[in-house]
Design a protein around this ligand. Structure first.
Ligand code: ATP
Length: 234
């Protein structure tokens, strides 16, 4: 049984069909790149997987739970990083983690916060206000925040936006390291294929509200990659 299983998923906003007949699956320990141009429906898909919004039809199972009916259960085992990351700029990095650890009721929070600050190379910046952090440091703190409760699955929406090439390389290498150490399944939404080539174990290509292909990069038919490269930044 897949950790994430989606079948014939559809979602409308008003009269507009945003997602149609989406099929998708993810196994434990995978790093999956969900690729597609702006407006393809990637963010909507992640919100459905987390039970933030509900589908009109189709099936979603996340670690055995139905997000629409068991959203709280899904959020207990998943972490999500959106573009803003929801950090408080007037608090230090460490204070942010302490604050969210309290909200998430993280056990042994002190040790967990120290571990994550170390893992994401933020130890020496922990007392600094987040407002004074670089974009890369904010991204790393956003990751630490999402990982406070040791989720089984991590959802990332465009985690490299706003970073320079070196910042992108650093953030992706942290993700790879974290996946290797913990086996956490990671789903990364992006519109930039080449950044993810060396990080992801498999890919799903989303275009105009549907997943047109999913599999390992090598196995994917050339035609889909070629078709989508027209709109994907390379
Ligand atoms: P991007 O990378 O630009 O965020 P995306 O692939 O994540 O793109 P979505 O944000 O899921 O795409 O948007 C898919 C479509 O759904 C877009 O046409 C968008 O305008 C529409 N949409 C998203 N959220 C809503 C909403 N709350 N109400 C109405 N339409 C919406």
């Amino acid at each position: 049984m897949s950790l994430i299983y989606v079948s014939k998923l559809s979602k409308r906003y008003g009269n507009e069909l945003i997602l149609k007949d989406v099929n998708f699956k993810a196994d434990e320990g995978e790093i999956i790149g969900l690729l597609g141009p702006n407006g393809a429906g990637k963010t909507t898909f992640i919100r459905l997987l987390n039970g933030v919004i509900h589908s009109d039809s189709g099936t979603i199972t996340v670690s055995g739970f139905n997000p629409a009916a068991q959203g709280d259960e899904v959020r207990k085992i998943s972490g999500i990083v959106t573009e803003s990351a929801g950090l408080y700029h007037q608090m230090s990095g460490k204070e942010n983690l302490e604050f969210f650890a309290g909200i998430y009721k993280v056990g042994a929070a002190k040790d967990q916060i120290s571990r994550l600050l170390r893992l994401f190379d933020l130890e020496e910046h922990q007392a600094k206000l987040v407002g004074a952090y670089s974009t890369g440091m904010k991204k790393r703190l956003g990751l630490a925040k999402a990982l406070l409760h040791n989720p089984k699955i991590l959802f990332l929406d465009e985690p490299t936006n706003g970073l320079d090439p070196e910042g992108i390389r650093i953030v992706l290498s942290y993700l790879k390291k974290y996946n290797k150490e913990t086996g956490t399944t990671i789903l990364i939404c992006s519109h930039v294929l080449h950044q993810l080539e060396t990080v992801c174990t498999s890919f799903a290509f989303m275009d105009r509200g549907t997943i047109v292909e999913q599999g390992r990069l090598k196995e994917l038919e050339e035609k889909y990659i070629k078709e989508l490269e027209i709109t994907l930044e390379t």
